[in-house]
Design a protein around this ligand. Structure first.
Ligand code: GLC
Length: 731
């Protein structure tokens, strides 16, 4: 070929290449995100912009088929990929390829106090969602545990905003690495299930900025969460799914959130409010189904035809629509049209390993008299396991976080792997978990099951009781709260009965909330496991035998009595509310902030958990006696494992303001780290303290301030176990 033709050929190819490049920018996966968004927006009609703002099925929101812009596939939930439901109903689609791994509950993750566990969790669950073809994972939840009867505490991460935020961020970052978006929920003040669609929360400005917003803010500003779910309840008498102050002023303007706000299913109730109140993707609203038109009535959504009319009539400016559509497009290009979206995997060994490891690190050892734990199998000839939670599925039920798993290793199976032969007595029965009712169990049935178990316990030389809460309605389940702080199904009588006839009772409980433990003095040991997911039996067995040394600590205060919690100090107004108005009169004094400041002794304090070894803390030191407003100080403390086995210790840093113009809690959690120590090993925990760690929210100035003066850094093994303290001054 002559040179001339050759160069012509090159030119031709180059122009072809260039031609290919000249396709729409929004289709170029390597184009900058904003240019893709703006290019797509410029090609869309008004109707197409409105279409992507709402559902087109139970769990998908529309794309733009004409332009090749894909829809979004949403899915629950925070602990694993929910089984497929029909296109436009809650009914199971009965697929046979959607059995998955159930990961431990998020309260279990919080109890690990381990940021690495959160990262491992996010990576694994993100791969499961990617493989199932999902674009948005409806979770995690950083609602603060204000009230210990809340049916959904198990989906959340405890009572302290610092801990919740720190352990949600790595989960979010690592899910999103797979090109699956998280949808942080429920934003905000969804602290109870009773009247969740209608209750209006009355709460001080200081309490929302110090307690209820910080975890969400950290997930937006550090976690860069791509979507956030508005909650059903009201704040300032406006539904959070259409609340201008919450979604536009705080979330989008103050915090700089650039993603999309998704409604909770049915959380939007008004076109004007949703349009001007910051809602971007309306899901789950009531539609009159197939009766209106072939689009299943989706055009009846509040942000569908009614909104489009207001735009076309010029009653709502086009830039309101463009902002919403841009946010949805940004979400689509980050997920369903993300060229780097992972293929992922389902039920891989790595995912089961993650499940097991997180479970092992989240189990909290609350009592261990005479070191009955770890168990030495050879010492026990006749082992009895009692309790329905030893065999019952704890991955089904619970509401929208329900899961259909490939398998679950039950606690009973795990315990059998330790001892080979064990006897089992059910001890109590809780009925089939139904979303809206629980079978009533006859007292006779419970009495006979209890008698049978106690009789068997007389002859055993070790009793392992496995009970607690479950995923029944009025237990740990969405849409209702618990009816009592006591364990249900007469478990207190059963445990007391077992302890009366056997001196070696080890209690293992599951559940997302604390509960009364009147029998705690009569049993040798207690482990609380939250929910451990598919590898429950293995995680539990490894901790019971000491193959894994327990290292979890409580992310909530565990009170002796229900009424020790501050939310119950104000009658019905404090919970569940009167005439759909609930009042958070305790203000910022939630959890340990209340118990510590008011000297109320908890059964087990926030941040408490035992180990099979012992850790000795040295003296805390501070790098400088004073701190200037633009500086920082470093607090250090040596920690030594003075026991015989390797273990992990969660070192907690709390800060107390010695003197302040407003009342403040005695101390507040501002940092933590988890040290792995071999016997005899010493490591030094170091924490940087900045002025922002010293601030409180000043309601007069509507901003955070730190007042100069003396502060104290408390280095703690639990909130009430101060190992060392050191003072410093803010200049
Ligand atoms: C439910 C829950 C929410 C869930 C959504 C979809 O009502 O409140 O957490 O993600 O609807 O199931």
């Amino acid at each position: 070929m002559k040179i001339k033709n050759l160069s012509m050929a090159f030119l031709c190819l180059a122009s072809l290449g260039a031609k290919a490049q000249q396709g729409p920018v929004y289709l170029d996966p390597n184009a900058p995100l904003e240019s893709r968004v703006q290019d797509a927006l410029s090609r869309m009609t008004t109707h197409e912009k409105v279409r992507i703002l709402h559902a087109q099925s139970k769990f998908t929101s529309a794309g733009v088929p004409r332009l090749g812009i894909r829809e979004l596939h949403h899915s629950d939930g925070p602990h694993g990929v929910r089984a497929e439901v029909d296109w436009n109903s809650w009914n199971s689609a009965n697929w046979n390829n959607d059995s998955i791994v159930a990961f431990p509950s998020l309260t279990c993750l919080a109890a690990t106090w381990n940021r690495e566990m959160s990262a491992i969790y996010g990576t694994a669950i993100g791969e499961e969602f990617a493989f199932r073809g999902k674009d948005l994972l409806l979770g995690p939840g950083t609602t603060i545990a204000r009230m210990p009867l809340n049916g959904r505490s198990f989906e959340y991460m405890g009572e302290d905003p610092y801990l919740a935020g720190e352990l949600a961020v790595p989960y979010i970052q690592n899910v999103q690495k797979s090109g699956v978006g998280c949808c942080l929920k429920h934003f905000f003040l969804n602290n109870q299930e009773v009247d969740r669609f209608t209750v209006n929360v009355n709460v001080s400005e200081r309490a929302i900025y110090e307690i209820y917003l910080p975890a969400f803010k950290k997930c937006v500003q550090e976690g860069h969460v791509w979507t956030i779910m508005g909650s059903y309840n009201l704040w300032k008498n406006v539904h959070c799914c259409q609340n201008d102050e919450l979604l536009n002023k705080i979330l989008k303007q103050q915090w700089g959130f650039d993603g999309a706000v998704v409604s909770d299913w049915g959380g939007v109730t008004d076109t004007w409010q949703a349009a001007l109140g910051g809602m971007d993707i309306e899901m789950g609203s009531y539609t009159n189904g197939k009766t209106v038109d072939q689009n299943l009535g989706w055009n009846k959504y509040f942000l569908a035809d009614p909104f489009e009319e207001l735009i076309n009539e010029g009653k709502i400016p086009m830039d309101v629509l463009n902002d919403k559509a841009a946010r949805v497009l940004r979400t689509i290009f980050r997920t369903s049209m993300n060229a780097n979206k992972a293929i992922g995997s389902q039920c891989s060994e790595a995912h089961y390993d993650a499940c097991q490891q997180i479970g092992e690190e989240g189990i909290v050892l609350l009592k261990n008299d005479k070191s009955i734990l770890p168990l030495e199998a050879s010492r026990y000839a006749k082992v009895l396991v009692v309790g329905e939670n030893a065999t019952r599925s704890l991955t089904e039920g619970g509401g929208s976080s329900e899961l259909k798993t490939k398998f679950d290793i039950s606690p009973l199976e795990g315990i059998k792997s330790i001892f080979g032969q064990v006897d089992y007595a059910r001890g109590y029965v809780s009925g089939r978990a139904l979303y809206d009712q629980t079978d009533k169990i006859s007292p006779d049935t419970l009495a006979s099951l209890r008698a049978e178990a106690i009789d068997a316990a007389r002859k055993a030389d070790l009793v392992i009781y496995v009970g607690g809460l479950n995923k029944n309605t009025h237990e740990d389940c969405e849409a209702n709260d618990r009816l009592s702080y006591d364990l249900s199904f007469e478990q207190n009588e059963l445990i007391a009965g077992l302890a009366k006839v056997n001196k070696n009772v080890v209690v293992v409980t599951f559940g997302g909330n604390p509960f009364a433990t009147p029998w705690i003095g009569d049993v040798k040991a207690m482990l609380h496991c939250w929910y451990l997911g598919s590898m429950a039996g293995t995680s539990l067995a490894n901790v019971l035998t000491g193959k894994v040394n327990p290292s979890g600590k409580l992310p909530v205060t565990w009170a002796v009595n229900q009424n020790d919690y501050p939310c119950f100090k104000y009658g019905q107004e404090g919970y569940p509310g009167v005439n759909k108005q609930v009042y958070y009169k305790e203000g910022i004094y939630v959890g340990y902030r209340y118990f510590d400041t008011n000297k109320v002794r908890p059964q087990f304090p926030f941040g408490y958990g035992l180990s099979y070894t012992t850790f000795k803390y040295g003296k805390a030191t501070v790098s400088s006696p004073s701190l200037t407003s633009d500086g920082s100080v470093t607090v250090s403390v040596p920690v030594t494992n003075v026991g015989k086995v390797e273990g992990k210790e969660i070192v907690q840093l709390y800060i107390g303001d010695e003197k302040c113009s407003v009342d403040r809690p005695v101390k507040e959690l501002k940092n933590f780290c988890k040290l792995s120590l071999k016997p005899g090993e010493t490591k030094t925990a170091t924490f940087t303290v900045r002025p922002s760690d010293l601030e409180f929210y000043d309601e007069a100035k509507h901003q955070f301030v730190a007042e100069p003066g003396m502060f104290k850094a408390y280095v703690c093994a639990s909130e009430t176990d101060v190992r060392s303290a050191v003072a410093f001054e803010l200049k």
